[in-house]
Write a protein that binds this ligand. Structure first.
Ligand code: RTP
Ligand code: MG
Length: 147
């Protein structure tokens, strides 16, 4: 079963959007297997966003993600990486369709409310960065057969 790292960014936490965002993934039928409110360190931010190290917005990105607590989550489900990315909407809010998380809640690209892994390989890498194996809970997901 595929897994992904989803994270309510500092803007989403401050705006009280954790519950609404969690609700969308529950409604879709995905299974939550780990979650925590945490402060991202400078070091974790740099490792997590290493692919963007040469981009002009990298400094702001690291400053933003470390600016306040985030709500990090691991979710599981079939095709969850691609499906959760489509539920999040495009990176730039003006391009994010209404009905998506960014389309409904975000205005600026720099504060676009949610992070989601972009490929199954990135998901495994990011999950290992944010969670210890013992922080993930394996349990039956009884609705699975209806999805
Ligand atoms: P994320 O990693 O946060 O899920 O977002 P993403 O895959 O949709 O976008 P990505 O290209 O990985 O960029 C990571 C985050 O950097 C910020 N960004 N700013 N100023 C800019 O041109 C710019 N471009 C990207 C966004 O907050 C984006 O989510
Ligand atoms: Mg990305």
């Amino acid at each position: 079963m595929e897994r992904t790292l989803l994270m309510v960014k500092p803007d989403g936490v401050q705006r009280g959007l954790i519950g609404k965002i969690v609700q969308r993934f529950e409604d879709k039928g995905f299974q939550l297997i780990g979650a925590k409110l945490m402060q991202v360190s400078e070091e974790l931010a740099q490792t997590h966003y290493a692919e963007h190290a040469s981009k002009p917005f990298y400094g702001e990105l690291v400053d933003f993600i470390t600016s306040g607590p985030v709500f990090a989550m691991v979710w599981q489900g079939e095709q969850i990486v691609a499906l959760s990315r489509s539920m999040m909407g495009k990176t730039r809010p003006p391009e994010a369709a209404p009905g998506t998380i960014r389309g409904d809640f975000a205005v600026r690209t720099e504060s676009n409310v949610i992070h989601g892994s972009d490929l199954p390989e990135s998901a495994e890498r990011e999950i290992a960065l944010f969670f210890k194996p013992e922080e993930l809970v394996v349990y039956d997901h009884v609705i699975q057969k209806w999805l």
